[in-house]
Design a binder for this molecule. Structure first.
Ligand SMILES: Nc1ccn([C@@H]2O[C@H](COP(=O)(O)OP(=O)(O)OP(=O)(O)O)[C@@H](O)[C@H]2O)c(=O)n1
Ligand SMILES: C[C@](O)(CO)[C@H](O)COP(=O)(O)O
Length: 274
């Protein structure tokens, strides 16, 4: 399990926002610094269109508590994480700060809130911009994956500490996947063009973990619209490795995912006896 000493505080109280940019040292990878400090950036600025009408997805309740708070607690549960940067809905940073202040969170973790952007990539970049310089490892974790177990978080951190510039937790697929072409005429069936070998495919989750300098370079270089941070590192030609993910780290995307998340949470509460 990861552990690290507490950094000298840049901003310390829950809900305090930092508006400064940090200089990033690219001189040594996190692997050269076994006690490298880890920050988690949580993009939470999405609307949650696929979940249906309502508040921004990260602020919707799961077991009576906002999904974002579950995600923040999941990151702060790791002894390896000493700073959590929440990237809030652009018009909701004040509300997010109030939520962090209102919920009990580990005292050894610092919290920062910044407003997010139009895309997930932009939101992550805005989170990276406020990281204090003493953090060498960065996790990027979707607020929409509120139930990721701490063992998965620790496995990602450990793999970065051991020298991987980018690490993704992933699980095997249950379904066969087909690659399709767009239909010749909208509304007509899409032609299948390939069936990738399922045994070699993985469904990728978060937190994704990075050597900070690598992730900052990726965000400064790649302008394509991509769906995860690791693929930006792949575009730099750098290695991305997989560690085992967890079925409970699924992303709450559609209404049925919320039903499953409530069930998982209810089972955990039963098992924990509260
Ligand atoms: N402009 C954006 C868009 C997304 N996200 C975050 O990125 C994560 C993964 O995105 P997704 O699950 O697609 O969330 P939404 O974009 O909110 O969903 P939808 O596409 O259904 O609107 C979420 O935690 C979401 O809040 C973000 O911080 N900023
Ligand atoms: C980052 C991610 O969770 C990895 O599976 C995913 O790509 C996010 O995709 P979304 O379309 O923003 O939900």
């Amino acid at each position: 399990m990861s552990d690290e000493s507490r950094p000298s505080p840049t901003e310390t109280s829950a809900g305090t926002s930092v508006e400064t940019s940090a200089e990033v040292s690219a001189e040594a990878s996190a692997a050269d610094r076994p006690h490298a400090r880890t920050a988690a950036v949580i993009p939470a600025a999405g609307r949650g269109v696929r979940l249906g009408p309502g508040a921004p997805k990260a602020l919707r309740a799961l077991g009576g508590t906002p999904m974002l708070i579950h995600a923040v607690r999941a990151m702060a549960a790791s002894n390896g994480v000493s700073l959590v940067v929440v990237v809030a809905p652009p018009d909701g940073a004040g509300e997010v700060k109030s939520l962090l202040d209102a919920h009990s969170l580990p005292e050894r973790t610092d919290f920062v809130v910044v407003p997010g952007g139009e895309t997930r990539q932009e939101s992550v970049r805005l989170g990276l911009d406020v990281l204090p310089p003493e953090y060498d490892i960065v996790l990027v974790h979707d607020a929409a994956r509120p139930l990721v177990p701490v063992d998965t978080v620790d496995a990602v951190i450990d793999a970065v500490r051991e020298g991987a510039p980018a690490v993704v937790p992933a699980v095997p697929l249950a379904d066969t996947v087909k690659q399709v072409e767009p239909a010749a005429v909208p509304g007509e069936p899409e032609p299948v063009v390939a069936t990738p070998e399922r045994a070699r495919l993985r469904a990728v989750q978060t937190p994704q973990g990075f050597d900070r300098a690598t992730l900052v370079r990726a965000h400064g270089t790649v302008t394509d619209d991509v769906t995860d941070d690791a693929s930006m590192v792949e575009q730099l030609g750098l290695a991305v490795v997989v560690v085992p993910g967890h079925e409970e780290a699924f992303k709450v995307t559609r209404p049925l995912d919320l039903v499953l998340a409530e069930a998982v949470l209810a089972r955990r509460r039963l098992n924990d006896g509260f």
